[in-house]
Write a protein that binds this ligand. Sequence first.
Ligand code: SAM
Ligand code: 2KA
Ligand code: SF4
Ligand code: MG
Length: 193
Amino acid sequence: MEQFYTIQGEGANAGRAAYFIRLGGCDVGCHWCDVKESWDADAHPRLTIESLIAEVRQHPGRNVVITGGEPLMYDLGPLTQALHAAGCQNWIETSGAHPLSGEWDWICVSPKKFKAPLPEVLLHAHELKVVVFNKSDFAWAEQHAALVGPQCRLFLQPEWSKAAAVTPLIIDYVKQHPQWQVSLQTHKYLDIP
Ligand SMILES: C[S@@+](CC[C@H](N)C(=O)[O-])C[C@H]1O[C@@H](n2cnc3c(N)ncnc32)[C@H](O)[C@@H]1O
Ligand SMILES: Nc1nc2[nH]cc(C(=O)O)c2c(=O)[nH]1
Ligand code: SF4
Ligand SMILES: [Mg+2]
């Protein structure tokens, strides 16, 4: 759908320069999704892997975030192999609702009630990032924290339109349950892509 060089705004790698590749197509259907224009894959141009790598090479950073849409709707083997061959670190943002494919250095799983993540993807997660839209999402977060590996880092991120109401709840929750961390969508506060 689009590609851009920016700062990773969220989660464990927030603040680090990264080249984002946003793949079109998603069948999860979160009503609060902040990139609904990504859902229809046919609405976006097709690019070759070679042209994407050439664009990555235009920038000094070698961290690449594959996001979407839901990137695991596709076999990400060929793209991630080519990125590794070009010296990149491959990071993914996924709901985990489709089988894992590709070679990854960092896997962020953000589980969704609208199409639950596969247990196999949760087991491979380096980071679990749960969007909090209302109070019931804390129980949903704990349910999935029980399904990740012991090294997986745990983040609670306010849903953007509800941030004023839910951020104080997240702060209280993290103070009481310090295995969790706060994740903010810092790129939105910085007004960058
Ligand atoms: C747009 S999604 C694309 C990747 C994948 N489909 C997923 O949901 O993980 C990228 C990240 O943004 C988060 N996100 C989407 N809409 C959001 C919103 N309104 N507020 C906060 N986070 C949001 C998702 O949970 C996910 O962690
Ligand atoms: N700067 C920035 N950081 C991000 N982290 C995850 C994003 C996403 O939409 O996947 C995102 C995004 O869209 N922009
Ligand atoms: S899974 Fe990700 S891209 Fe798909 S609707 Fe939900 S937040 Fe948006
Ligand atoms: Mg985003």
